[in-house]
Design a protein. Structure first.
Length: 105
């Protein structure tokens, strides 16, 4: 029997590494473009970011409670989640009114 060296890269290593390199390169590019374009809601209107954040918080709350993600968790968990969703709601009108005042005033 002939011993094989563990340090030699065969031709198959290139075919394994090239798709991985391609995925990393274009995946990071897509991530950068996604963050730059998706989260620029203030370019549409100054009031939109507070409204979108509140809508996302409440949608996530409903999805978490309806999906049964927490299973047999006590009701205190649902109350905790409801409190977490309620906390950005009062701040949203204040932020959107400040944005409107800065635009009109």
């Amino acid at each position: 029997m002939r011993a094989q060296s563990g340090t030699s890269l065969g031709g198959s290593a290139f075919w394994r590494l090239s798709p991985l390199t391609w995925l990393i390169f274009f995946g990071l590019g897509a991530l950068v473009n996604g963050v730059a374009h998706v989260f620029r809601t203030a370019d549409v209107h100054e009031v939109l970011p507070p409204l979108v954040s509140v809508a996302l918080v409440w949608v996530h709350l409903v999805v978490d409670l309806v999906s049964g993600k927490y299973g047999d968790a006590p009701d205190r968990v649902a109350a905790f989640l409801l409190g977490a969703a309620r906390s950005p709601s009062p701040a949203s009108p204040w932020g959107s009114c400040a944005a409107c005042a800065s635009v009109t005033g």
